[in-house]
Ligand binder design. Sequence first.
Ligand SMILES: [Zn+2]
Length: 290
Amino acid sequence: MQHAKCTSDGKVWEALPFSQLEPSRLDSKRLSLLCAECGEFAWFRKESRHGHPAHFCARHDSECNLKVEYVTSDDQRDDATSEEEQVSAGDTIIVRLDQEQGGEVEVKDVLAPPKEGQGEGGRTFIIKGKNRESSQQFTLRRILHRLVQSPAFRSSNSNIVFYKNSEDVMLSGQVSDIVCGFEDIVKNKHDDKTMFYWGPIASAKKSPDGKVWLNSGGQYRSVSVAIFEDIAKEFLSLFDVDELEDLAGAYVLVAGRCHFTGNGEGKPVIWCGTSKYIFVRKYKAKNLQV
Ligand SMILES: [Zn+2]
């Protein structure tokens, strides 16, 4: 789309003049964009190498007049259940974890309610007998999908067990306790805490030391995800990212330690040291409005 509102200056910008802003102003303003009509998260995409002109995109409200039709680009490869396909109608996953390489990212979503005394405080949750069949295996892709689509899932008390490998539990508990949206990160609860965090990416950059930084906007507490240099290349290749610009507008789900910068006074940064613990996905408009 051609226009987006920037909350840092209150202006509605057109894509071309926005693209001509001095780089540091552009980098800062692109973290504060909303759809001028519905007020939902919007992002800016620089002119691509393939010749797409600079433009804005947004995750519009369902009623928004600027909403365009979305299609999935990898239907055939999508292993989602039919229920998920319904909620996913409209989303295009253009970056995804390869199922084989990302095998260890698979998680188990235990749908049966825990018996009293089990499944609390990060203890290993053991399911016996009949209930075993009601556990469902999910991938990070499916978890992120549900988080984005379903507010009820975000605050649910469904149990999730994240396994590091076939035996060891990395994290387990209720969704609402071990998975946190960027906008809900607070210092006294999350500083120094390892859990799953998720939110939208407004821009991505590489620092001179080789780390990849995924930055969210002001309405998401300006959370950044820092991907260590030793896995940066693997991360970009797993998700088939040619240009860091391609990550603008994607959602990320990442397990890592949250650390507030500046002795706790600054913003939250999630540190990611393994490519198995991160998943990114993105929407792509069928008829991209430029
Ligand atoms: Zn909108």
